[in-house]
Ligand binder design. Structure first.
Ligand code: ADP
Length: 361
């Protein structure tokens, strides 16, 4: 039974049966020629020594030919690709992720060794991007830490001057305090994100009223939006129960509302809406702030990305990365609509609590 190709179209054997058929055919042919030679020698009147030598030389040549052919086949099929793989593996082990091993055959003739090479290349590419992410992360963290540390250092030096007025002392101390608060917010966000990403936080999912929670969060920012004379409108049901982890979701509302306040100019409007569907509850936070272009929107959930650099001192670019990770853990989703100069809407959808669903049915 010939079983040469599997359903994925990959050749199963590096030395297919056809190759052995060729070997057999060649050996039959050679032995046929040998018989012919013997007949020829018997009929000829060649000296005895020559008669012995002819078949010996003949089989010697056949043996050398077959050995060389087998050797070159093994070399091209096994040794060369494995040698390249070994070399590539040791370069990867040494930290070089730019390695690429070419396949032996073209894609339509791939065998398992080719598939192994393709998967190896993919693996190295993945490792390379993880390494880049790690390096980027470290350099971003260092960069974000440097600024507040430099501020603290400069103002601490200035505070030593004897000629300072009380107001100046007060201002410098406030600047130090602000920088320290920023530094601590950055570190606590990094720690939270790290825990969330390494699955060290197991969500404690329970049914609770998300409307109450969102209202509480809005109130926490009351001073901030009143200071900027921002109008805050709400359009929500009396209550809506979701199946989620309350303390994790608090991070989501806090980030979305604080961003809306941050990116909305004085006199603007923030609208928080909520509605329920059969299986889901949606909460959206809209603002009439600076908005974002399509290009920026692609990256806002990346760590440390800040599209609007005019507010970069008020954040660290980790908020939306945290929001996204929390929603992934809670089987929720987030959608963003934004237009530069007009404003943005972030809509979060969460699974509705089972009891509420049953009531509706
Ligand atoms: P940050 O700490 O800078 O607020 P986030 O991760 O919360 O970091 O947000 C990332 C970037 O997304 C922000 O720097 C900003 O450019 C953009 N962004 C987030 N929310 C809004 C919004 N409501 N309006 C305009 N841009 C926003």
């Amino acid at each position: 039974m010939k079983k040469e190709r599997n359903p994925r179209g990959i050749r199963e054997s590096l030395f297919p049966a056809s190759l052995f058929a060729i070997y057999l055919g060649v050996l039959f042919l050679m032995s046929g020629i040998h018989t012919g030679l013997i007949v020829f020698i018997n009929r000829s009147e060649l000296p005895d020594l020559v008669q012995v030598l002819i078949p010996m030389v003949y089989w010697g040549m056949v043996a050398v030919g077959l050995t060389l052919f087998t050797r070159s086949k093994i070399r091209s099929t096994y040794e060369e690709p494995l040698h390249k793989m070994a070399e590539a593996t040791s370069r990867v082990a040494g930290g070089d992720f730019s390695v690429y091993v070419p396949t032996v055959h073209t894609q339509d003739r791939w065998d398992y060794l080719d598939v192994m090479i393709v998967d190896f290349n993919k693996m190295v590419e993945e490792l390379g991007s993880i390494e880049t992410l790690k390096t980027d992360f470290v350099s971003n963290v260092s960069h974000e830490m440097k600024t507040p540390i430099a501020i603290i250092k400069n103002y601490a030096e200035l505070l030593r001057l004897e000629s300072l007025t009380e107001e100046q002392k007060e201002e410098y101390a406030r600047n130090i305090e602000d920088a320290a608060v920023r530094l601590s917010a950055l570190i606590s966000n990094i720690l939270k994100l790290n825990k969330l990403e390494n699955q060290r936080i197991t969500p404690e999912v329970e049914a609770y009223d998300v409307c109450r929670q969102v209202c509480d969060c809005i109130l926490q920012f009351e001073n901030a939006w009143e200071e900027k004379e921002i109008e805050l409108e709400t359009d929500m049901e009396d209550s809506a129960f979701v199946e989620a982890d309350e303390s994790l979701l608090e991070l989501v509302w806090n980030n979305l509302i604080s961003n809306a306040v941050k990116f909305t100019p004085p006199g603007g409007t923030i609208t928080v809406k909520q509605f329920s569907r059969q299986d889901t509850v949606t909460v959206s936070v809209s603002d009439t702030g600076c908005g974002m272009g399509a290009e920026s929107m692609k990256y806002i959930f990346d760590k440390f990305y800040q599209a609007d650099t005019s507010h970069s001192r008020e954040g660290n670019g980790l908020g939306l990365a945290l929001v996204k990770r929390v929603l992934e853990l809670l089987d929720g989703g987030i959608r963003v609509e934004s237009e530069p100069g007009k404003g943005s809407t972030f809509s979060v959808t969460l699974p509705a609590a089972a009891a509420v669903k049953q009531e509706k049915d």
